[in-house]
Design a protein around this ligand. Structure first.
Ligand code: AMP
Length: 190
């Protein structure tokens, strides 16, 4: 059986990154985090890094055009040939269209879209805790608020879109990490 192609959706601080990595290793497919790729580019001081640094520091989204280049390039690599897990892409409706056309060219399709659902109050509490503990630059309160706002305006419409296509697997993210992991595995038949 061909490996799955899976998309993870969820607001910042939903635990999405951790769960994406766990499921990908369970399935033996690469976990592709666009946020990590971009942070890596910034840290390396590459041309891509220079282009995205300011936008990222403000909690805003990188342009769909630039992200299309990033994702085309990454999905074209050998390790993603038979399946992959996307963490952080797509984040806008135009990005959904880009991904659809990539999949069409591959003669394939997305199998599951996993949504990690966490109440707003819990997200805020988690962000606050992380800010105190790590002092991460993009965890400054005003940036956290902006990232949540971007999620609500630009990414949340994807939830209904994928629900209508019958691909959405909704997971209660307000449980222990182990319980969330088990629920996801069951939802995608892993
Ligand atoms: P993340 O770690 O997924 O929250 O991503 C960190 C930051 O990278 C985001 O706040 C955006 O600035 C940028 N980013 C990552 N993925 C995308 C994407 N698919 N579209 C636009 N910007 C993105």
């Amino acid at each position: 059986m061909a490996a799955s192609s899976i998309v993870f959706l969820g607001p910042p601080n939903s635990g999405k990154g951790t769960q994406a990595a766990r499921l990908a290793s369970r399935l033996g497919i690469p976990a592709i985090s666009t946020g990590e790729m971009l942070r890596g580019a910034v840290a390396a001081g590459s041309e891509l890094g220079d282009r995205v640094k300011d936008v990222m520091n403000q909690g805003l989204l990188v342009s769909d055009e630039l992200m299309a280049e990033v994702i085309e390039d990454r999905l074209g690599q050998a390790d993603a040939e038979s399946g992959f897990l996307l963490d952080g892409y797509p984040r806008t409706l135009p990005q959904v269209a880009t991904l659809d056309s990539i999949m069409e060219r591959r003669g394939s399709a997305i199998d599951h879209v996993v949504l990690i659902d966490v109440p707003q109050k819990v997200l805020e509490a988690r962000a606050h805790k992380r800010f105190i503990e790590l002092g991460r630059k993009d965890d400054r309160p005003e940036v956290v608020i902006e990232r949540l706002e971007q999620y609500r305006i630009k990414t949340e419409p994807l939830v209904n879109h994928y629900r209508e296509r019958g691909l959405l697997r909704e997971i209660d993210g307000d449980q222990s990490m182990e319980a969330v992991e088990a629920a996801i595995a069951e939802a995608v038949g892993a």
